[in-house]
Design a binder for this molecule. Structure first.
Ligand code: ZN
Length: 348
């Protein structure tokens, strides 16, 4: 099969498209999917840059998100059959450890992500456990393969952040950094669907206008405005109840300064750097909460798929590129120019 592989960590010039052995035939409880589209996430850039503890031995097939057609199934698979249209939840859990038994699959002690610890989705075939595929819902305007591929990772991540971890309610003010990326756009829409008042930031006036069109109540240009000060002005000095963080080093202190008493900051990562400075005094005095969040569990995945079927949470797309141009799609993501998801069409 054809696949994009990484010959070494360190940069996009190590990404190559070539022939690799087919994804393994599905064992018991597994499904092999003929991929029709894959979608990129910031996570894919981290894999290219190099992550500690990851095996880069060839062929290192990249990509986490995907959608496609079930090509074959292993013994014991009952929920899907060959020919079904599915998308893939890229987080693979063992389903045996104490966290999995508790239903917290993204806390699995053996949690692995496609394209990071396991062969990825920028390939004509990928093999995953049966619980990691879900039927693509029928919609009045059917989802394209690219939209379906772009759904799982960011929607699951944003749902767990906003609903499960930060427990956003209608009376909350929510600050979402860096609108344009998939998690931020999805968090904005989920927070709005719960009735919250949302402040979105970007350094691009164009992205801020588009954030307003998607429901943001207020927008701030973090390139020219001091976010915490503007947040205080917008909230009558009170601050926001929830900050949706994914930027890390560059924004962390502003995030904490933006919080109201009892506020919570929820983070799924740090695209600008991993080391954060936290002053403990406001943390305890104002009784703030710092919440980590990664991907989501089976119940959360089922819920976001159900909501997609009800017409919510359709991915916002930036662009779709042919399979041969995946490296350019990575470069586009690296420049941070996107508003919505970047997807790659494969096969079909
Ligand atoms: Zn587990």
């Amino acid at each position: 099969m054809k696949a994009w592989t990484l010959t070494a960590a360190g940069g996009l010039d190590h990404l190559t498209l070539g022939e690799v052995p087919d994804a393994a035939a599905p064992a018991a409880g597994e499904v092999r999917v003929a991929v029709r589209a894959a979608a990129l996430n910031h996570h894919d850039l981290f894999v290219v840059a190099g992550l500690p503890g990851i095996d880069y031995a060839p062929p290192k097939i990249v990509g986490a998100d995907a959608a496609g057609v079930v090509e074959s199934v292993g013994p014991g698979v009952t929920r899907v059959r060959p020919g079904d249209r599915v998308f893939i939840n890229p987080g693979i859990s063992c389903r045996a450890c104490e966290f999995c038994r508790r239903g917290e699959h993204s806390l699995c002690v053996r949690y692995r992500i496609l394209g990071e610890h396991l062969p990825g989705t920028l390939a004509e075939l990928v093999t995953v456990p049966e619980p990691n595929v879900a039927a693509i819902p029928e919609l009045p305007t059917p989802l394209s393969w690219a939209e379906a591929a772009a759904f799982s990772l960011v929607t699951l991540t944003a749902w767990r952040m906003v609903v499960t971890r930060a427990q956003v309610r209608a009376e909350d003010w929510v600050l979402v950094w860096g609108i344009g990326g998939g998690v931020a756009l999805t968090a904005l829409r989920i927070a709005k669907s719960r009735g919250a008042t949302v402040i979105a930031t970007s350094s691009s006036a164009d992205k801020l206008a588009r954030a307003r069109a998607l429901g943001a109540d207020h927008v701030l240009n973090h390139g020219t405005q001091q976010v915490a000060r503007e947040v205080r002005a917008l909230t009558g000095k009170r601050g926001v109840d929830v900050v949706v963080e994914h930027v890390g080093a560059k924004t962390w202190e502003e995030s904490l300064r933006s919080l109201a008493k009892g506020g919570r900051v929820v983070t799924c990562g740090g695209t600008s750097g991993p080391r954060l400075i936290t002053d403990v005094r406001p943390l305890f005095w104002h009784q703030h909460s710092i919440l980590g969040s990664t991907m989501g569990n089976d119940a959360e995945y089922a819920e976001v798929v159900r909501r997609l079927g009800a017409g919510e949470l359709r991915p916002v797309m930036d662009r779709v590129v042919p399979f041969a141009e995946a490296r350019a799609a990575y470069a586009h993501l690296e420049r941070g120019e996107q508003f919505g998801k970047v997807a790659v069409e494969i096969g079909g």
